[in-house]
Design a protein around this ligand. Sequence first.
Ligand code: ADP
Ligand code: ZN
Length: 197
Amino acid sequence: MKPLGQITVVCGSMYAGKSEELIRLARRALYAKKTVQVFKPSVDRRYDETMVVTHMGVRHEAVPVSSVDELRSKASPDTQVFCIEEAQFFDSSIVDFAVEMADAGKEVVLAGLDQDFRREPFGPMPELLCAADEVIKLRAICVKCGRPASHTYRQVDGRPAHRDDPIVLIGATDSYEARCRACHRLRGKPNKRPTTS
Ligand code: ADP
Ligand code: ZN
């Protein structure tokens, strides 16, 4: 029988441990003697261009790609486990890639921010969460009160970011913090959510 593929999505706020979990799963697959490829969007120049590096400095080699098409062109047919970092920065065709690969018997692990600093869904993450067989949602610790944090707070010039501030893809990490819902702050009126009929 052909191996049964699966999609695992690791999500949560910044500092929740998504990269650590992705690296843990990649290493585990290597111990199981599976062939693994790790990809990350080349927009993420946080620490190192060809590595996934966590906030604690744990690192793993990763292939930087600027689009899903480039990811596809660098995906080897022999790979059994695809690990994809910062999945929120890819367009929605990442969902098709994940589903195709899982249908073909591959394991696909995607880590990404489920919410942006406005606490709104980030890029293709909602669709990925929907397509996933397994969802691992992690929480950081709120830097203000020490309780579990599901949100990413953004500070601009010493003040909470305005809702309409452009989403800086990867910025100075010191302007982002993990915060709980009680401590999260944002300027500007909430957008009205689209009504569903
Ligand atoms: P993510 O990929 O979700 O941004 P990382 O895997 O890069 O997270 O880093 C997670 C690690 O960051 C934690 O294990 C912890 O050591 C460290 N860390 C720093 N700040 C925080 C925080 N506010 N809450 C939890 N962990 C934190
Ligand atoms: Zn808090």
